[in-house]
Ligand binder design. Structure first.
Ligand SMILES: NC(=O)c1ccc[n+]([C@@H]2O[C@H](COP(=O)([O-])OP(=O)(O)OC[C@H]3O[C@@H](n4cnc5c(N)ncnc54)[C@H](OP(=O)(O)O)[C@@H]3O)[C@@H](O)[C@H]2O)c1
Length: 295
């Protein structure tokens, strides 16, 4: 089957940009968002706007899901007017949200029961990756479905690494976001200590980026700290959601993750202070406040 009509469900930071990429690549695009007003800019850009996920599935060969969290995915797929209700044989769903392996499996099973299928496909690359079509996909599910969805994946990203059966890609994504938590929190703790001790931010960034523990991530987030730019690429609220999902998976498998459990509380403190909707780098503000360092 050639995929021509593609739907995007969830027009937040990631979904809105993916929908624009698909329009630019010449797909016939339809969109759905819980808050309809957010779909108007895409209507203006040439997308059709569906009134429900069910109607979206009905009018599309494939739908890309980009809603926030497990409750949002439950609503999108399993409500009376959800995607599953609108699915038919041959319909394909590309799940890009970060959710639990268990929910990913349940979604795929519900669609398979209707002769449709889902490919689990969490992404990394954030807002700019979605905008530029340079996302990295981690995929889980049937290789045949992966092959069928390749035109959509290639429009949105530069690489897909197949991780295995449904569930494996979600687990891989949670591992990645656990690692980002350590990297970012450790970076921010170190910079805060250094600033209290009188080191300049630029000196610290120069040393870090010349070292064996340098990372492109530290260039990106270091510049954000220097510019006090906390505009959201990936929100603290959603990272805490992923930390909780990783800890839940670890609990299910009997794996201790003491570092992540402690880290989550630091990001939780940022939510408590009202920074939940800001970019994850805003966690530095909590560390600075606790250390008596001026931002
Ligand atoms: N941002 C990143 O860097 C990034 C990178 C990789 C993966 N992800 C993952 O991609 C997904 C989307 O992230 P995002 O940054 O685009 O999030 P976002 O900007 O917060 O957008 C969230 C979207 O989910 C919708 N939504 C929230 N709760 C809902 C509910 N109960 N029912 C239906 N729709 C609901 C929102 O609709 P409304 O407009 O109605 O609020 C909005 O369209 C998340 O799973 C995230 O973890 C994000």
């Amino acid at each position: 089957m050639t995929i021509r009509r593609v739907g995007v469900a969830g027009l937040g930071i990631m979904g809105a940009r993916m929908a624009r990429r698909l329009l630019e690549k010449g797909f016939e695009v339809s969109v759905w968002n819980r808050t309809p007003a957010r779909a108007e800019a895409l209507r203006g850009a040439g997308a059709a706007v569906a009134t429900s996920p069910r109607a979206l599935a009905d009018g599309c060969d494939a739908v890309v899901g980009a809603v926030a969290d497990p409750p949002a995915v439950e609503r999108l797929l399993f409500a009376d007017d959800g995607l599953v209700a609108g699915a038919r044989a041959g319909f394909l769903y590309l799940e890009t949200a970060t959710i639990s392996p268990a929910l990913s499996k349940r979604s795929a099973e519900a669609l398979r029961a209707k002769g449709a299928d889902a490919l689990e496909a969490p992404v990394t690359g954030s807002k700019l990756g979605a905008e530029r079509g340079t996302l990295l996909f981690m995929t889980g599910g049937s290789e045949q479905t992966l092959a069928a969805l390749q035109p959509v994946i290639q429009a949105l990203g530069t690489k897909a690494i197949h991780c295995g059966d449904t569930g494996q890609a979600s687990t891989m994504k949670l591992i990645g976001n656990a690692m980002i938590s350590y990297m970012l929190e450790g970076f921010c703790e170190g910079l805060t200590l250094g600033r209290k001790a009188g080191l300049s931010l630029d000196t610290m960034l120069s040393v870090i980026q010349a070292s064996g523990y340098a990372s492109p991530y530290y260039d990106f987030k270091g510049a954000a700290i220097r510019n006090r730019d906390f505009d959201t690429h990936f929100s603290i609220d959603l990272l805490v959601k992923d930390q909780a999902l990783a800890l839940e998976e670890a609990r299910n498998l009997g794996v201790p993750m003491p570092g992540l459990a402690a880290m989550r509380e630091v990001f939780q403190a940022a939510r408590g202070r009202g920074f939940g909707h800001e970019d994850i780098v805003a966690v530095v503000k909590v560390l600075e406040a606790n250390a008596g360092v001026e931002g």
